[in-house]
Ligand binder design. Structure first.
Ligand SMILES: CC(C)(COP(=O)(O)OP(=O)(O)OC[C@H]1O[C@@H](n2cnc3c(N)ncnc32)[C@H](O)[C@@H]1OP(=O)(O)O)[C@@H](O)C(=O)NCCC(=O)NCCS
Length: 225
C-alpha cells in the first residue's frame, strides 16, 4: 500500500516558508552553495553530523541543494535554510518523512559563528510545529551523538523525551559513537505548547524545559542528571 500520496496532499506544491521571531526558514537555492560549503566545511559541524564529510568536497553543496526539490516533490524530505531576518543564511534544518508510520526525523546544523544564540531551538520549534500542525504527524524524533550535549539541549528545550541509547551505533571519522534517540508525540507536543504558553504569561517563572509537565514521562532529552 502506498501511503505517500496522503502526505503529498498535505504539502503545498511550493515549499512553505516558516517564520519565527528572528528567522525565516526557506528552501535552499543554488546561490546558497558557497555559504553552505563554508559553514558546513568546519570540522566541528562534520564531527557530530551523520553525513557531512570533512574536508567538505567542492561542489558537494551545489549537488546536494540541486537534489532537494525532487525530495520535496516526492514528500520524502523537506530541507530549509535557516536565515536571519536580514537574509543571512546560518544553517539548515530538515524533516525526513515516513508516510507509512506517519512520523518524521528532524536533523539540523547551525554554522559555528552563530552557536548558542537560540537559533537552532527557534528553527526546530517551527519545524516540529509544522510537522504536527500542517502534516498531522503522530511523532517527530531526532538523534544525536552522546558527546554532543548542545544538540540534546536543543531537543530538551522542545520538550522531547529521551527514548533510548543506541550503543556504538554511529561511525564517524572511523570511531563508533553512542547515539541518543529523542522523540515527542503529538499529545506531548500539545502539552508542551500549553506549558510554554502558560510560562510565557507568568514572567516570574520563565519557561523551563527542565521542569517536567505532568503529562510527560520524567526523562527529558538532554537531561542527563
Ligand atoms: C547542535 C547545534 C545545531 C545547536 O545549535 P545552536 O543554534 O547553538 O543551538 P541553541 O542556541 O538553540 O541551543 C544550544 C543549547 O546548548 C547549550 N550548550 C552548548 N554547548 C553545550 C555543552 N557543551 N554542554 C551542554 N549544553 C551546551 C547551550 O547553552 C544552549 O542551551 P541554553 O539555551 O539552555 O543555554 C549546533 O551546535 C551545531 O550545528 N552543531 C554541529 C552539528 C550538529 O551537531 N548537528 C546536530 C546533529 S544531531
Amino acid at each position: 500500500m502506498n501511503l505517500t500520496p496522503a502526505l503529498t496532499r498535505k504539502l503545498a506544491p511550493e515549499q512553505p516558508l516558516l517564520k519565527t521571531q528572528r528567522l525565516v526558514l526557506r528552501p535552499l537555492a543554488l546561490d546558497d552553495a558557497p555559504t553552505v560549503e563554508r559553514l558546513a566545511g568546519e570540522k566541528d559541524i562534520a564531527s557530530t553530523t551523520r553525513l557531512i564529510p570533512h574536508p567538505y568536497p567542492p561542489g558537494m553543496a551545489e549537488h546536494w541543494i540541486g537534489s532537494l526539490p525532487e525530495l520535496y516533490a516526492k514528500a520524502e524530505m523537506i530541507n530549509w535554510g535557516i536565515v536571519l531576518d536580514g537574509g543571512l543564511l546560518l544553517g539548515t534544518i530538515r524533516l525526513t518523512l515516513n508516510p507509512v508510520d506517519n512520523h518524521a526525523e528532524m536533523g539540523y546544523w547551525v554554522g559555528k559563528p552563530y552557536w548558542n544564540n537560540g537559533y537552532c531551538t527557534e528553527a526546530a520549534r517551527a519545524v516540529v510545529g509544522f510537522g504536527f500542525d500542517k502534516l498531522d504527524l503522530e511523532r517527530v524524533y531526532a538523534n544525536y551523538m552522546a558527546r554532543n550535549p548542545a544538540s540534546g539541549r536543543v531537543l530538551a528545550k522542545l520538550g522531547m523525551i529521551q527514548e533510548g541509547l543506541l550503543r556504538r551505533h554511529r561511525r564517524k571519522f572511523g570511531r563508533y559513537e553512542d547515539l541518543i534517540v529523542c522523540g515527542i508525540t503529538r499529545a506531548e507536543w500539545q502539552a508542551h505548547k500549553r506549558q510554554m504558553a502558560t510560562a510565557s504569561r507568568e514572567p516570574s517563572s520563565p519557561a523551563s524545559p527542565q521542569s517536567t509537565p505532568a503529562e510527560l514521562p520524567p526523562k527529558i532529552c538532554g537531561d542527563d542528571g
